[in-house]
Write a protein that binds this ligand. Sequence first.
Ligand code: GDP
Ligand code: IMO
Ligand code: MG
Length: 422
Amino acid sequence: MPNTILVGAQWGDEGKGKIIDVLTGDADIVVRSQGGNNAGHTVIHGGKKYILHLIPSGILRRGKVCVIGNGVVIDPLALVAEIDGLRGLGVSIGRNLMISDCAHLVLPYHRVLDEQRELRKGRAKIGTTKRGIGPAYGDKAARTGLRISDLVQPELFSKKLQAKMRENNSILKALGAKPLDFPQVNEAYLSAGDALRPFVANTVVYLHRALQKGKAILFEGAQGTFLDIDHGTYPYVTSSNTTAGGACTGSGVPPHRMDRVVGVMKAYTTRVGEGALPTEDAQLANMLHEMGREFGATTGRARRCGWFDAVATRYATMINGIDEIAITNLDGLDTVDPIRVCVGYRLDGERLEVPPSDAAQLEHCRPIYREFPGWKTSTQQTKKFAQLPSAAKRYVATIAELTGAKLKIVSVGPTRTETIFV
Ligand code: GDP
Ligand code: IMO
Ligand code: MG
């Protein structure tokens, strides 16, 4: 398998975890290069449900090495809990996990600051996952963050942590929040540092050596294109580059070593948190929620739902250089008739083919829809593209064509076997 970047082409939760698990069969190494435990990637295998937050979704396959790259922000307590949780489910974690010594830390004051900032924004809140992601990346950009390399050097870490906590406790007090207790935090994080030390390495060197040996690397994007700090619906975004470029900067693997980009997209659209969602549709959301679908894997929040937005996915193809498309959750539309697809936006009487950069303008965009007849039959048992109902075939072929990339995978259920290769 060529070196592959997998990205979410919508607003996150596209089913990246499931597709990564499928593609990992042909890869040697799976790398996370951005985001943190705001991500929640679901893999269902062997009758068990695994939700991965920081650890790449390739961890469930034996013989694969999973790398948490330099671009990820790591909450050490959350990572230790995730390792323990997976081990409890029978997943072996040892030499198959590596953590970059350059990855930045999410510390307790980042989480409190995230919460406090959201609270103070009131109705203008972003709707973050409250995992401290924004404040941690903020410290990284301000060059005041602590990294994994600090965490595994106890004396140095305690000294740096104490200084950071002094500063952040005065900010917390000014915000009316309770200051945090240094000895308590220090002890908990040193102990997490001890647990993580065996996994820590210079992952850039590891990945380059692997490339020299001809190993195939799969880059597991977190979040989605429209949550990208630069290209997303700012300010209703996350704090990292969720688009294809993030795989290079967040891992140290250069662009010319990347061979293909796979864009994962749901057969409809979902979003958690605030911000524009032009094709949002309450009826579709009700239907999906009643089926028990579309509840957040990280926060449990009900996801907002809408029709497939080809304006958005076309733009995602442009930014990420998507070569191949994986469409997931086609079965979610099995009972829907008619099915709508957004093919353009209308803003102030004008037709737009690309999303406006301004969040307020995007709020005012009205979708222009094309309607498709539903297939009104279950697709979940389908193994071959030719066996899909003809209305379903026409639907996926058209959304791929509108998106502007090659259709490669159609997913009709959450497990590995419910996958059609086109
Ligand atoms: P991710 O963050 O992109 O990995 O996506 P999430 O795991 O947050 O959300 C995707 C949800 O859809 C999870 O509950 C998956 O188990 C589920 N899923 C993925 N693909 C399919 C599919 O083709 N059909 C069905 N029914 N569920 C799917
Ligand atoms: P995966 O990898 C969906 C959203 C939050 C919020 C915004 C900012 O599972 O697709 P943050 O906590 O990052 O500061 O929140 O981004 N968000 C996600 N939405 N899937 C995710 O990850 C997300 N990670 C963050 O809901 O709107
Ligand atoms: Mg998710």
